[in-house]
Write a protein that binds this ligand. Structure first.
Ligand code: G4P
Length: 543
């Protein structure tokens, strides 16, 4: 099936479904806060022409709060807690960049986002190497067997020696790190990067903090300018010794081992100054895979299957307080999506017409007419979608479930104004449907107190902020001294005994299923041993 594709209004390009799939790259950047993810994202968008002047994401950071004011919390805390998907074109590729929150309290959100990615960029700060959040996110990427490409940033600043950085990656992450380029100098003497594969030096001309595409000079090894730069910064011997050493590693490159996440190609550069960014982007697009088959309950589904299918990995309400809208983000896995088409939500059995759909291009939101495997589209959600739902044009399969994490922190939600109880319920329910928190009640009918569980404390701050700003409810969140949760299955009379057990609280989830909260490991073990006929599950048996 050939499809017309607007080419900036100039001409119309016809591509087959196969070609559309082959030119798609869908990936996420994982990093520790402050490593430069916002800066790198901005530079990638700059090269993709999605923005014209770098610095706009920072200013977007500022203006975004005006349009989505709960993110104010991000600004106050100086952290990134939201994730979004951005689409742009570069060098013939159609790129979907999934943004993942850097803060550790949002790793559940990251996990879901990585379900929608085909590869990952691991971004490191050259002065810091592997930091705690990099490690945690890396482990999530590894669980999914995603290919990982490493970008070592900020080499224009004093950094760890490149060889030390490589061995740190290998030691901490148990992955083989094979450099594709090598920095020419570091810190104040940084002059560019040497492409180990093409054997060319990319020398850069500094600009105003890289606000436009960088000027670069590419020279051959034999070029006298290159050797005079090396001797000028006094590293000639050391540089060639290192390159000789690395040359023997180049032969170890194995595309299959990379695809499985056993080898990571490593690039050096400076996102802020655009040093090495274009070289990196081009190499990344060639190394990283196009969308492959996705696993379903009936086996793998190939992206080339002509019928559209995909799954929802994220729900976000109130992205724009002017519209109070809610979007479900869907990753297209097969076939062609067409605006207005009807698809079946296999999880609920409902037929849905997909007419209000959005894609995010840099700062702009745009309506989507067609989309292909690898693309992320935002579906307007009047409350009919759930995280993990599979949508298909034809066929009754369900994509492999997105796992839920067990909450480890709990609060009791109280409100000052009892007349706002309905608003509170609505707010909690919507936020719980986004998957950011889990909601429990003390009775199955949900009439009594509401408790909320979350994977990280920061979720509570976001919850409080959103309740106040989006639902106009001032809530008090009273910490509860429980840190373990189990969903319980078994005879009801036995389950009800748990309510009188020490250090254990019996509650109910949104589906009215019984759940026990425990104060400590000891309380959990006591109950498990005392009630061998009950089943204890870390997540809801329905999910
Ligand atoms: P994040 O999203 O990963 O949290 O990091 P972000 O891009 O916001 O970058 C964190 C800081 O690191 C910023 O400085 C940014 O300018 C700086 N930075 C990013 N890439 C490079 C680089 O290649 N070299 C150098 N030297 N610095 C880099 P800031 O002072 O926190 O913010 P700003 O005042 O620059 O906006």
């Amino acid at each position: 099936m050939d499809t017309p594709d607007g080419d900036g209004g100039q001409s119309t390009v016809f591509r087959s479904l196969d070609e559309e799939i082959r030119r798609r790259r869908t990936f996420a950047i994982i990093s520790h806060p402050d490593a430069g993810k916002t800066t790198l994202t901005e530079k990638l968008l700059l090269y993709g022409g999605a923005i014209h002047m770098a610095g706009s994401i920072k200013s977007r950071k500022a203006t975004r709060y005006a349009t989505s004011d709960w993110m104010e919390i991000e600004r106050q805390r100086g952290i990134s807690v939201t994730s979004s998907a951005l689409q742009f074109e570069f060098d013939g590729f159609s790129i979907n960049l999934l943004d993942t929150p850097g803060h550790k309290d949002f790793s559940e959100d990251t996990y879901r986002t990585l379900e929608a990615a085909d590869s990952v960029i691991m971004l490191l700060d050259g002065a810091k190497g592997i930091e705690p959040q990099t490690l945690k996110l890396f482990e999530v990427a590894r669980l999914r067997n995603l290919p990982i490409v490493t970008f070592i940033n900020k080499v224009d600043r004093e950094s760890l020696p490149p060889l030390t950085l490589l061995s740190e990656i290998e030691k901490n992450l148990s992955i083989r790190a094979l450099p594709r380029n090598w920095p020419i100098g570091m810190g104040r003497t940084f002059r560019g990067v040497f492409d180990l594969v093409e054997r060319k030096a990319h020398l850069y001309v500094a600009q105003d903090h890289g606000s436009a595409r960088s000027e670069e000079e590419v020279t051959d090894i034999s070029d006298s300018r290159f050797s005079s730069i090396l001797s000028g910064i006094g590293i000639e011997d050391e540089f060639w010794e290192e390159v000789d050493l690395l040359d023997s590693d180049l032969g170890l490159w194995d595309q299959e081992a990379f695809r499985k996440g056993h080898i990571t190609p490593v690039f050096f550069g400076s996102a802020l100054n655009n040093f090495g960014v274009e070289l990196f982007l081009k190499a990344f697009l060639r190394l990283s895979p196009s969308p492959g088959a996705h696993m379903s309950d009936t086996g793998p589904i190939n992206p080339e299957t002509p019928q559209f299918s995909g799954f929802i990995f994220k729900i976000q309400a109130n992205m724009d307080p002017q519209h109070r809208d809610r979007f479900a983000f869907l990753r297209v896995c097969s076939g062609q999506f067409r605006k207005g088409m009807t698809a079946k939500n296999v999880n609920t059995g409902q037929e849905v017409r997909l007419s209000k759909t959005l894609q995010f291009m840099g700062q702009r939101r745009e309506a989507v007419d067609v989309a292909y495997p690898g693309d992320i589209i935002g579906l307007h959600d009047p409350g009919i979608f759930h995280i993990g739902d599979t949508l298909t044009e034809k066929g009754d399969f369900v994509y492999e479930g997105i796992p839920h994490f067990s909450p480890e922190f709990f609060v009791r939600v109280q409100i000052e104004d009892p007349l706002k109880r309905k608003h509170l319920r609505k707010g909690l329910l919507q936020i719980a449907e986004e998957g950011a928190i889990q909601m429990f009640t003390l009775d199955p009918e949900g009439e009594r107190d509401v408790l909320v569980g979350a994977v990280g404390q920061l979720q509570f701050e976001v919850l409080k902020f959103r309740l106040e700003h989006e639902y106009k409810v001032r809530a008090k969140l009273e910490p509860m001294n429980y840190d373990r949760v189990r969903w319980i299955t078994g005879p009801l009379d036995l389950i009800s005994n748990l309510s009188s057990t020490l250090d254990t609280l019996l509650v109910f989830d949104r589906e009215k299923s019984p759940v026990a909260l425990f104060r400590n490991e000891w309380a959990l073990r006591y109950v498990v041993e005392k009630y061998p006929s009950l089943g204890f599950h870390g997540t809801s048996p329905r999910t």
